[in-house]
Design a protein. Structure first.
Length: 694
DNA sequence: GAGCACTGC
């Protein structure tokens, strides 16, 4: 039995069984009949101490507590306050609470500060990249992204200033969360007084409890009363969300776009007022659906008056995204067609109906080819529940699933595949190495990545000269690469730029490569292409980026200038921020900040030093621009968005691959093949490169 | 002449 049972005084928590039995859960809510409970209201009638005391008892007596509760259970905002009141922040200690997203960190911190009546940045503070709103002398409750906490471990591996660490949204299983959980488990062995709280929305508490269950080496000590229990406690708290009625489609549909359109029309014609949120997979689907629904509404006459159809995905301009949040005019129904950005990242108020296609785009990584792919794939039950929950925030809602109940019950997987098992692991491995985890293959992950992916990551790091023959971090390069908060290949490029005397330029390029895209289509595709040509450089996209950056500075960072040149102003502002951070890190690592002025050969050599593994050669006599990768002889093409499209230099290096019907190289630069052996003699020495051919 | 789910340091 994984759970612990406890009766807090006169209050009697309800005991409920897990779906698959065996695990005991506490519930602090009194009613067993209603499917939702409004905690805010309940607090007025019920003694608040029930929830509070249950939490405090568990944290006092258990090394790890797992709290399961949906939206509105108060776990995110209440628990840190309870801990502080109970003295867990006394004596200069700090309570840390992580979130996977920056926006969530900011808003939760602001809410807690407000509830406690304190100034944000004093007793309650937060840290995210580029923003540290804490005061080391005053801050007792600190909210931060999981990634920032990982970075903090590089200076303080045992996280010694924290008395309690709460990891929120653990069910999302982000890369940083999984690494953090593995490391926290290790820390706990060294720091038995440290308390962990794992907060999660779904009921998958059992495997998490199993992961954190530290079995004592000497069983005879088990009975003695030394310290907290090492078997995790599980507490389930019901949330405040309203009931959402679920509807399934009777027969499977082949065309979910058509099914979406007819479902939206039927909700609009038959159901009472309330906004509709539709989950589709990507920009293409969404734009098509917006068009179809708009057409349909116009054809059917009267209904066109009552509907505002809006797309939602991250590629939209800021102004278009803001439309989503403006209140719909009186008597109009808003229909938002969205990617899964609306599943977790953005919360829309006023949604009463959800239409769930059952699909989303997901990233998969193939360690054999070393290629990351974006594919449309079925979502998990956990995602389906999360999507449905978006309909129950303001009042009872309805969710229409475009798949059968039989499919949901019998075929849909319970949980998505953790990001750890779908990603290139080079960054994760180097972070663990920097924290002194030597045996990477034996690391205790919440869910282990494939051995192939681990081996591939070690190979890449070895070829970059970041790991030595014993798979230990090299000095100084390995440690420097680990310190730079970027992909190891980009970090290596920055370090190489020091000796080549072009660090200023390479840092600019790195910053631009780390934002989604600096181009934006404000007027049309033709204008975008023309704008690109104004900055285009014969060497390739990296040098083109430098030209854009120079122009932006010369315009005095003008948003008007960006608009005129089809450049995303918000992306450029982020570039400036990233660039400043990278310069600070470079200085700390003892790299010289130097400009190569117009010596673009130095810049291209630096790119080669980081990305030599992505070198490609144009096929001899190729008429359609076919390239082959040097490493795997994969057939690849220059992406039409590149300034080198149709230019087709003989030798190129790409920054990333996009896989559709073909493999497209994005962000391409031309090189001289002789630089490859210079940059990576060990990597290319055994391969019959035939550099002089062609 | 085609495409970018979403995060994060």
């Amino acid at each position: 039995m994984a759970g612990q049972f406890w009766k807090p005084g006169s209050a009697k928590p309800r005991l409920i069984d897990d779906e698959d039995g065996g695990v005991l859960f506490y519930s602090t809510t009194p009613s067993s009949s209603s499917s939702y409970v409004n905690l805010e209201k309940e607090r007025q009638r019920l003694p608040v101490y029930k929830y509070r005391e249950a939490i405090l008892y568990l944290v006092e007596t258990h090394s790890t507590s797992i709290i399961v509760g949906e939206t509105g259970s108060g776990k995110t905002t209440q628990i840190p306050q309870y801990l502080k009141e109970a003295g867990w922040a006394d004596g200069g200690r700090v309570i840390a609470c992580t979130q996977p997203r920056r926006l969530a960190v900011q808003s939760v911190a602001a809410r807690v500060a407000e509830e406690m009546g304190v100034t944000l940045g004093e007793e309650v503070g937060y840290t995210i990249r580029f923003e540290d709103v804490t005061n080391p002398d005053l801050t007792r409750i600190k909210f931060l992204t999981d990634g920032v906490l990982l970075r903090e471990m590089m200076d303080d591996p045992l996280l010694s200033k924290y008395s309690v660490i709460m990891v929120d949204e653990a069910h999302e299983r982000s890369l940083a969360t999984d690494i953090l959980l593995g490391l926290l488990k290790k820390i706990q062995r060294r720091r038995p007084e440290l308390r962990l709280i794992i907060a999660s929305a779904t009921i998958e508490a059992k495997s998490m409890a199993e992961f954190f269950h530290i079995r004592k080496r000497r069983p005879q000590l088990e009975g003695e009363d030394h310290g907290p229990q090492t078997e995790p406690a599980i507490l389930s708290v019901e949330g405040r969300a309203f009931n959402v009625q679920i509807f399934y489609i009777e027969e499977p549909v082949s065309d979910y776009l058509r099914a979406t359109v007819s479902t939206v029309m039927s909700i609009h014609n038959k159901e009472s007022m309330g906004d509709i949120l539709v989950f589709l997979t990507g920009q293409d689907d969404i734009d098509a659906a917006v068009q179809l629904i708009t057409d349909e509404a116009q054809n059917s006459g009267k209904s066109s008056l009552g509907m505002i159809v809006l797309p939602l995905y991250s590629g939209l301009t800021r102004a278009d995204q803001d439309l989503i949040f403006s209140p719909s005019p009186r008597g109009k129904r808003k229909v938002v067609i969205s990617t899964n950005i609306a599943e977790t990242s953005l919360t829309l108020e006023g949604i009463v109906y959800v239409v769930d296609s059952g699909f989303s785009k997901q990233r998969f990584y193939n360690p054999i080819t070393d290629i990351e792919n974006l594919v449309v794939a079925p979502i998990s039950k956990a995602s389906a529940r999360q999507r449905a929950g978006r309909a129950g925030r303001v009042r009872p809602g309805k969710c229409y699933r475009l798949y059968t109940e039989d499919y949901f019950v019998n075929e849909m997987s319970a949980h998505g595949i953790p990001e750890m098992q779908r990603s290139n692991l080079a960054s994760s491995v180097i972070q663990l190495k920097a924290l002194g985890i030597d045996n990477i293959l034996g690391f205790d992950w919440p869910s282990s990545p494939s051995p192939e992916a681990m081996v591939r990551a070690l190979e890449v790091l070895y070829s970059l000269g970041v790991l030595d023959d014993d798979a230990k971090l090299t000095s100084p390069v390995g440690f420097q690469v680990a310190e730079i908060p970027l992909d190891p290949m980009v970090s290596k490029m920055i370090i190489a730029s020091d000796q080549l005397g072009c660090s200023e330029e390479i840092i600019t390029v790195s910053a631009i490569l780390s934002v989604q895209s600096i181009w934006i289509s404000v007027k049309g595709q033709k204008e975008l292409d023309e704008a690109k040509m104004r900055f285009a450089a014969a060497e390739g996209d990296h040098v083109t980026f430098l030209n854009v950056y120079k122009g932006f500075l010369q315009s005095n960072r003008s948003s008007k200038w960006c608009h005129q040149n089809s450049i995303n102003y918000h992306a450029m502002k982020k570039v400036i921020e990233v660039r400043q951070q990278l310069r600070r890190v470079a200085q700390r690592l003892g790299l010289a900040l130097k400009s190569c002025e117009n010596d673009m050969q130095a810049l291209r050599k630096a790119v080669t030093a980081g990305f030599f593994a992505n070198a490609c050669r144009l096929e001899p006599y190729s008429h359609n621009g076919t390239y082959k990768t040097l490493r795997g002889s994969q057939e690849v093409y220059i992406h039409p968005s590149s300034v080198l499209f149709r230019v087709n230099p003989k030798w190129v290096i790409y920054n990333s691959l996009v896989s559709t019907d073909r493999q497209y190289m994005r962000n391409v630069i031309s090189i001289d093949p002789s630089w490859l052996r210079e940059a990576a003699p060990h990597f290319y020495q055994q391969q019959p490169l035939n550099l002089n051919r062609h």
